[in-house]
Design a protein around this ligand. Structure first.
Ligand code: DX5
Ligand code: ZN
Length: 216
């Protein structure tokens, strides 16, 4: 069974606490939190203080996606702020193995994100210590972009790589996931489907209910 992970990048920040409570009531387990530094990606979002403020109000699994250069500098901060999963980009780490170990040493689950053009070989050796691999369906930086179709083949290939080695690493997909391609990504082997604009644009509850129905 696949899980939906709503990305708060598309939330109404003036109503963030309220919207997260609404999400929790739908039975969703994950919350995707996009941190952007204006360097690794062209956009700036928010940092650890937002996570620290939300933490006491939510039991959702905080899945923190760091789109940040040299993320090793911030692992302790995000761990302390209340992240459950910390995902770093392979492209942003000179010493990816060291960063993953750092996340695990903080008692958190470690994730690796790959941009669309980055081959799966970038995670081949670290897969056993990786809780999830986040395959980007768009070039990261903004919500509301169009899904790049070749990413579906990448989801299938990663699924096969994990299954062949009998690993429990989760496959996640992030970017451009909408009502019309959610099922395609789930069927290709994604365990976690991240969706921002498809969740927050319009009626939040109705959107989540529709997306969950399509995923079944
Ligand atoms: C993209 C972010 C995504 C984003 C997805 O850089 O990492 O998590 O919020 O937004 P949608 O679902 O609108 O493409
Ligand atoms: Zn993301």
């Amino acid at each position: 069974m696949s899980h939906l992970s709503p990305s708060i990048l598309s939330a109404d920040f003036a109503k963030l606490g309220e919207q997260i409570l609404q999400i929790e009531k739908t039975g969703v387990k994950y919350l995707h939190i996009d941190v952007m530094d204006g360097m690794f990606v062209p956009n700036i979002s928010f940092g650890a203080p937002i996570i620290r403020s939300l933490r006491p109000h939510s039991n959702l699994i905080f899945d923190v996606h760091l789109m940040v250069e040299d993320p090793d500098r911030y692992i302790d901060d995000f761990a302390e702020a209340g992240a459950d999963i910390i995902t770093v980009h392979a492209e942003a780490c000179t010493h990816l193995d060291r960063v993953l170990q750092h996340i695990k040493d903080c008692g958190k689950q470690a994730g690796v994100a790959l941009n669309p053009a980055t081959p799966l070989s970038a995670v081949e050796y670290v897969l056993p210590k990786t809780y999830l691999v986040l395959l980007m369906g768009v070039n990261p930086g903004f919500g509301g972009q169009k899904y790049i179709p070749y990413c579906t083949e990448k989801i299938c290939n990663l699924r096969n790589m994990i299954d062949k080695r009998k690993l429990s690493t989760l496959v996640a997909v992030d970017g451009g996931i909408k009502r019309d391609n959610l099922k395609e990504a789930a069927d290709a082997g994604a365990d976690i489907l991240v969706a921002g604009s498809a969740v927050f644009n319009g009626d939040l509850q109705e959107n989540i209910e529709t997306l969950l129905k399509i995923m079944k």
